[in-house]
Design a protein around this ligand. Sequence first.
Ligand code: FAD
Length: 398
Amino acid sequence: MSTRTAVIIGGGVIGLSTAYHLARKNYGKVILLDKGPVGDGASSRAGGIITDLMWSETGVRARVKSLQLYRELSLDLEGYKFQDVGCLNFFEKASYPDREKLFPIYRKLDVPFEVLDAKEMHRRWPALQAPAEIIGVHDPLGGYSEPDEYIPAITRKIKALGVEVREHQQIQDFVLRGGQVRGVVTAQGAIEADAVVSTVHAWTLPVLGELGLSYPIKTFVHQRYVTKPLPAPVKLPAVNANPMGGYVRPATGNRLLVGVETAEREEHRVTAKDWHMSDLTVPAGLKEELYERFVELVPVLAQTSWETEKVGLIMFSMDGEPILGPVAQYPGLFVGTAFHSGGFAYNPVAGMLLAEFVAEGKTSIDVSDFSPERFTSQETQAHLERTLAQKDSIRRRH
Ligand SMILES: Cc1cc2nc3c(=O)[nH]c(=O)nc-3n(C[C@H](O)[C@H](O)[C@H](O)COP(=O)(O)OP(=O)(O)OC[C@H]3O[C@@H](n4cnc5c(N)ncnc54)[C@H](O)[C@@H]3O)c2cc1C
């Protein structure tokens, strides 16, 4: 039995998945800490949509693995099932050529996709009335996960695998020895560790700021709504309706989930370690506007109304790719953050990769494009000094 200890800071889906993979590898003692209950950040607020039709080769390779792992997790996690309804990505005439340029990557990696016109989309999914000019790129392997099923199921599993899940314990600082990170400090005291993995998402700057680390990242408010139940299930894929500024998918209990971005809204900076996402609010009238935007696309929405609203933060790095890997300046420290609006989709593979870095020092997929070391301190500082609205940041969906 290994005597190593790993501490994971943050019990969102990225931290939970890292704990799962470390436990599966029999790494040793694995402790996962969250300042609230698990899932208290963006993860419980997510839409849970996943596609592997990404915009970079590394992204596609990683997501193909995520989709494979999601299917395996459906068998391994009691009470959880990946919803393999497919994922349909919408483009307009202006945005389609950029996506078309990525088709050679999809073909090279054997990732299935189909290009569909509005008529064909309506034939396959009669509930969907896409405007005639919309082009759909269909990912038959995509789909979604319900956060309310997935988070409790993976938490139960990691506990059964021996992971210590310590809730309501906020990391205040790090244990540093000989220039290496050797643990964390909470109000309850110090915890010594061979490896510390930071998966604190929106809190990355205040938490890693304790070590003088910073990254060129921006956080934006994002919201999603679920309807009251409809009389019958609605047959739909998960639809990334980017031209409409949002997305729609079926949800548990004959419901629909619709998410929407607020493109004009300025970034929301998190500066305090004890900040909570329940402090976020949504502009007045957004719910009504959202309904107007989506009722033409999915007319059955007219038969119901919104039941729940969830608001959280999504985070984009300067180049739009995740930040994942070891931190060169501090041996023993690893970071996984900035998964744009696709952290739920990334979590199975992100946890696998972080666990590989921690346990083996190398990964089974080359993710050097995601390296935390890829930004210079000058560009990081310049990026952080600017205040951006979401429309001026890189916008990438799921
Ligand atoms: C409305 C909305 C819809 C979304 N829809 C989708 C979607 O359809 N598909 C998709 O793939 N992604 C989606 N996302 C994005 C996705 O939710 C995130 O990318 C993902 O949940 C990030 O997971 P995480 O584990 O990194 O972060 P989080 O879930 O935020 O977890 C971080 C955890 O760290 C804890 N923490 C912070 N500071 C400390 C500290 N000092 N000590 C201890 N613990 C600490 C927090 O309490 C929190 O629980 C959506 C996001 C939002 C807000």
